[in-house]
Design a binder for this molecule. Structure first.
Ligand code: IPM
Ligand code: MG
Length: 360
């Protein structure tokens, strides 16, 4: 089959990790007889350097001509990079938020899985990590505090800032359905996370999620307050299958979930709209401190490419193959520096990509 893939290499380690993911995709294409055509797109700092803004109409237009977009990472060092001397709406992150909104990518899937081989990296107590865990955070991505009205102004001589947390029932319903659909293909459990003891938006969230749950009688629904969830994630992560939550809570909890796996360098993500289109990116940032040194872990990006094969192209077998290749390489003891443990072989970014591609 033929697919057109938009590629946002981005900033920092972005170009090196995307290069390795493309290596693996090309290997999939040649093994399975597919043709992947790539279109390079600019976003974030790389776009600021060329166009003065982090996202252009042209990037959005080009992305819409693609079947999916694979992204590295965007952003730089906020202390030293000139990008951060620009006003907030012109900084790299604004480009990311802009493309999410422009492409209506409301469903953000962030799996957090504890690899047997990386158990030593898990910062949790051994009796907790022994149970393992395999969860998926379904984060709403185009609403809530991120996109509500905001302003900073003087009120009676006092500087005052306001951000608005707003959700309508339609936005909640569509993300809830996504979570239940995915749960049906997993262990059939959804834990909806909110702050319904305080927030109106959370009370509506809970009501709509309960309505949606009626359409999925096989799925077990539970509710959890976000503060409790933050605690449960370190106390008993094995209890979770799909965690469904709004944008800001999902931002925070997904970082926490990734940390309990021991390496954020392993975690993929997908941002989907209501078609087959999606934007796929590692959960980690652009790590400017190690950029260009062949030290970055490309696995999260490679696994994001696997998610692209699965969710946008319906190539489940090929996606399984990529994930299996990653596990094989880990079993064989190869590690990038971030996941290195005693007795393993330390390899660089490019070599890790080669090893995985060779095992496709
Ligand atoms: C993420 C990031 C972004 C977010 C930032 C870079 C705006 O933290 O993808 O989780 O908050 O959504
Ligand atoms: Mg985040």
């Amino acid at each position: 089959m033929n697919f057109r893939i938009g590629v946002i290499s981005g900033d920092g380690i972005g170009p090196e990790i995307v290069r390795e993911a493309r290596k693996v995709l090309d290997q999939v294409a040649s093994k399975y007889g597919h043709a992947f055509e790539y279109a390079e797109l600019l976003l974030g700092g790389a776009s600021i350097d060329v166009h003065g803004v982090p996202l252009t109409e042209e990037t959005v237009r080009q992305a819409k001509t693609c079947d999916a977009v694979l992204m590295g990472s965007i952003g730089g060092d906020a202390k030293t990079s000139p990008w951060y001397r620009l006003e907030p709406s012109k900084r790299p992150e604004a480009g990311l938020l802009g493309i999410r909104k422009a492409l209506n990518l409301f469903a953000n899937l962030r799996p957090a899985y504890l690899y047997e081989e990386l158990r030593a990296a898990c910062p949790l107590r051994e009796d907790i990590s022994a149970a393992g865990f395999d969860m998926l955070i379904m984060r709403e991505l185009t609403g809530g505090l991120y996109f509500g009205a905001r302003k900073t102004e003087e009120v009676d001589g006092v500087l005052t800032a306001v951000d608005t947390l707003s959700y309508n029932e339609y936005e909640i319903r569509r993300i809830a359905k996504r979570a239940f659909d995915i749960a049906m293909k997993r262990r059939k459990k959804v834990c909806s996370v909110d702050k319904a003891n305080v927030l109106d938006s959370s009370r509506l969230w809970r009501k709509v999620v309960e309505e949606v749950a009626k359409e999925y009688p096989e799925v077990e629904l539970s509710h959890m307050y976000v503060d409790n969830c933050a605690m449960q994630l370190v106390m008993n992560p094995a209890q979770f299958d799909v965690i469904l939550t709004e944008n800001m809570f999902g931002d925070i909890l997904s970082d926490e979930a990734s940390m309990v796996t021991g390496s954020i360098g392993m975690l993929s993500s997908a941002s989907l709209n209501d078609t087959k289109f999606g934007l796929y990116e590692p959960s980690h940032g652009s790590a400017p401190d190690i950029a260009g040194q062949d030290r970055a872990n490309p696995i999260a990006t490679i696994l994001s490419a696997a998610m692209m094969l699965r969710y946008s192209f319906d190539l489940d077998e090929e996606a399984d193959r990529v994930e299996a290749a990653v596990r094989t390489v880990l079993k064989e003891g190869y590690r990038t520096g971030d996941i290195l443990s005693e007795g393993c072989t330390c390899v660089g970014t490019a070599r890790m990509g080669d090893l995985i591609a060779e095992r496709i």
